[in-house]
Design a protein around this ligand. Structure first.
Ligand code: SAM
Length: 517
């Protein structure tokens, strides 16, 4: 689903699988070469009962209780999640909203920045706020573009920004290609990145210092110690490739990450969901064991391990799910006659990813999470519910500010900043882009004449989803958004919505269909 940002272009639908097509064989060729075999995951048959229980849709009462609790804890007053009339659950207004009102600010459950976007923007890996400084953002981007290698070629050495001179170290990158038309001397780019060179008026756009990962992986950075800790506790302790990683094998983990970067970063998101459930399970188990020690005769659970796993899984159980290979949209360049082969390839790709993840973080007590069935449903949940993650760039703000300065002042400043703007070229305004799952927003149903839209305002500077009323919404009315570009013609809209598994019957579609008949 799309999320729009105030000053930047409409984002594309995150359903188009990142790098997926290039990583797959032509389905017809694959079928002819008999590359496609029905992969078998032994965990699927070994834990079939537990898997059914994990994937069982929650009852209306469980949905109501879960979301009432979530809405209260997040203080998202004004809305309710409840069973919708026709299709599962939906979001309803609990008070009147006027056009332009904020309906919901939703904190993501899991999010990732696209790997291809990491060269352009250095953001906090937990809240997705831009970090460092304007100089670091520009210098790092030009440096990495100069190297032509977007893959984490830099290393922030200082954790608190206290020793700025030593803040950046560089790992060797081999490629020398460049996207820049206007090259700047290497020393100049390095000075900027090391924050030895200050750009005029950049202090007007202060950013939080970059904090390194507590596990020492040098691959993720944060805007604060609290974000670093929260991410560590949520999932990163198992996904960190640094010295303090809690994974089984850092080498296996690196292989999993490499595979995801080369094929589809939705696997990184699925890994976060698996890790989060495992870590929650371990916490619940520790609390349960402590309680048992204090009170040995208490009854507790029968099969307590699985009951604890179900509890840890609860936030994920609430998301609408189908198997990824059943719901992923058929790419335009795949013929419908090749659909079966294409879906088999997607299943095979998910299995490859799962095997790599298993080698890195398998936990026997959480075995059902490593079944292809559960892994496929987690990815399918992201495929059907995710919103584009968009955060506007402060570098764009900076250059717009310079452009708006009074003429004389602008001339003076522009002399210094122009070479950097020219070197960045059209990419100067690239925003942070990724994909994220938002627990409350993901309950919103679609309409081609929606009452609200996902729209980032100027003040929205992190990865939270912002839902704004696009017309008055009365108390009790359903809050709907459009999953697609609603300016498209009826049949194009219906074709895109078919990928979500339904034909839209909103008043607009009904009226337009009636006109045709
Ligand atoms: C993002 S979820 C929305 C919440 C969902 N109703 C639930 O129960 O969790 C998207 C799914 O909801 C259903 N859905 C959303 N809007 C719909 C509509 N206008 N007509 C029919 N089904 C819809 C489809 O199954 C779709 O794949």
């Amino acid at each position: 689903m799309r999320q729009e940002a105030g000053r930047v272009d409409t984002r594309l639908n995150s359903r188009s699988p990142h790098n997926l097509q290039s990583s797959l064989e032509n389905p017809k060729n694959a079928l002819e070469k008999s590359l496609l075999m029905e992969v078998v995951c032994p965990i699927d048959s070994q834990f079939s009962q537990q898997i059914c229980l994990l994937l069982e849709p929650p009852s209306s009462l469980q949905v109501q209780e879960h979301f009432d609790g979530l809405i209260t804890s997040k203080q998202c007053c004004g809305i309710q999640v409840k069973p919708s009339n026709d299709y599962g659950k939906g979001v309803y207004a609990d008070l009147d909203f006027e056009e332009g009102d904020l309906v919901l600010k939703d904190q993501m459950l899991f999010g990732v920045q696209h790997s291809s976007n990491k060269i352009d923007c250095l953001v906090c890996s937990f809240c997705f706020r831009f970090i460092g400084s304007i100089e670091l953002q520009i210098g790092r981007k030009l440096y990495l573009q100069g190297l032509g290698n977007p893959k984490d070629c830099f290393d922030l050495a200082s954790s608190d920004g206290s020793d700025k001179e030593d803040q950046l170290e560089f790992q060797q990158c081999s490629s020398t290609s460049s996207r820049n038309k206007f090259q700047l001397p290497t020393e100049c780019v390095e000075s900027l990145m090391h924050e030895k060179l200050a750009l005029p008026r950049s202090m007007k756009f202060p950013l939080p210092s970059a904090i390194i990962c507590p596990g020492g992986c040098k691959e993720v950075y944060y805007c604060s110690k609290s974000c670093a800790q929260a991410d560590w506790d949520l999932c990163h302790s198992l996904l960190c490739t640094g010295e303090d990683s809690k994974s089984l094998s850092k080498k296996a983990l690196s292989k999993f990450i490499e595979h995801a970067n080369e094929t589809n970063d939705i696997f990184l998101l699925a890994a976060k969901a698996v890790c989060c459930t495992i870590l929650k399970y371990r916490k619940l188990k520790a609390a349960y064991s402590k309680e048992k020690e204090k009170n040995p005769i208490s009854n507790g659970f029968g099969n307590h391990s699985f009951a604890l796993l179900l509890k840890a899984w609860k936030p994920l159980s609430m998301g609408y799910k189908r198997r990824w290979w059943d719901c992923v949209a058929l790419p335009d360049d795949v013929d419908t006659s090749d659909e079966t082969a294409f879906r088999m390839q997607i299943r095979q790709l998910a299995f490859e990813s799962l095997e790599l993840l298993k080698a890195a973080i398998f936990d026997e007590e959480c075995s059902p999470l490593f079944s292809l069935e559960v892994y496929g449903h987690i990815i399918g949940m992201f495929e059907l519910n995710n919103l584009d993650l968009v955060v506007a760039s402060p570098v764009e703000d900076y250059f717009l500010y310079i452009d708006d300065l009074p003429e004389a002042e602008k001339k003076e400043v522009d002399e210094i900043t122009r070479p950097f703007l020219n070197a960045l070229g059209e990419d100067y305004s690239v925003c942070c882009q990724g994909t994220a799952f938002f627990p409350i927003q993901s309950c919103m149903n679609h309409s081609c004449c929606p009452s609200a839209k996902a729209f980032k305002r100027d003040e929205d500077r992190d990865g939270q989803a912002t839902i704004i009323a696009c017309r008055p919404i009365r108390k009790g009315e359903e809050v709907t958004i459009s999953y697609i570009d609603e300016d498209l013609q009826l049949e194009e809209r219906q074709a895109l919505l078919a990928d979500y598994g339904f034909r839209c019957k909103c008043p607009r579609c009904t009226q337009e269909e009636a006109k045709i008949q």
